[in-house]
Design a protein. Structure first.
Length: 256
């Protein structure tokens, strides 16, 4: 039986506004390390909401040549899922993607002649209908979210708009979490290098107040870090030399 793509809005399937709120809140609260798990959970809920059999969130490589599945869901193991493929294998869909236009396939039997490759892909995957919505990130084409069904399925404008918004939120959460994890890893590597230095490493304000010190510094002065931070290093300098030090600090600039 053909579907119209619209989600049922009852006690088990809330309004789109409620669903969107749940998605956004969950992703905002999630620790970066578990964001992908949350995305996978909501990918499944999207499939159930729109009564389809497969949902895939895909990312294009920097050359816009290869599409890789970031997260996916299928209702049955018999449904085919290619996790990575060259988009030239689906030229009709690729053409729409590059135009930032959605691709709607209500019935694989009614595809135009130029979509022969797409018809074969759907047949191999045991699917009959598909919606592919392009997703932008930072103003550029990032990838797509696609919904597919084993039955004929219509894709009204309302559904296309909803899926586009959901896809953008999922991609935003994925990229944000990935950047945070990468930043934390870089900070950990930097901290490991700094902490293992045998030299003193100190950050301080123009008035000499210490804002950070490495372990070697604490060990040498036999003082816990928390007692050093927020205090000035100037008492360690001879009284006669303190003004000279302050003058040198005042003369510093990013160029010197």
């Amino acid at each position: 039986m053909a579907g119209n793509g619209k989600a049922r809005e009852d006690a088990s399937n809330p309004s789109f506004a409620e669903f969107l709120s749940e998605l956004s809140t969950s992703l905002l609260k999630a620790n970066p390390g578990v964001v992908d798990s949350e995305i996978r959970r909501f990918i499944a809920k999207i499939g159930e909401r729109y009564r389809v059999d497969r949902v895939v969130l895909r990312r294009l490589d920097e050359n816009l040549a290869v599409a890789t599945a970031l997260q996916s869901w299928v209702s049955s193991s018999e449904i085919g899922l290619v996790t990575e493929f060259r988009i030239e294998q689906a030229p009709w869909i690729a053409s729409n993607l590059f135009k930032h236009a959605p691709t709607r396939i209500d019935n694989s039997s009614n595809l135009p002649p130029e979509a022969l490759a797409e018809r074969e892909i759907l047949n191999r995957s045991k699917l009959r209908a598909m919606l592919v919505v392009p997703i932008k990130w930072d103003g550029l084409l990032y990838g797509a979210i696609d919904l597919a069904s084993q039955q004929d399925h219509e894709w009204p404008d309302e559904v296309v708009s909803e899926v586009a918004l959901l896809g953008e939120i999922l991609v935003c959460a994925h990229v944000r979490a990935k950047n945070i994890v990468s930043l934390e890893a870089n900070e950990s590597r930097y901290r490991a290098v700094v902490e293992n230095q045998t030299e003193f490493i100190v950050r301080w304000l123009p008035d000499g107040t210490r804002t950070w010190v490495n372990d070697r510094y604490c060990e040498f002065f036999q003082t816990p870090r928390k007692q050093l931070l927020g205090t000035s290093f100037l008492p360690l300098v001879l009284q006669a030399d303190r003004q000279k030090i302050l003058d040198r600090i005042a003369a510093m600039s990013p160029a010197h």
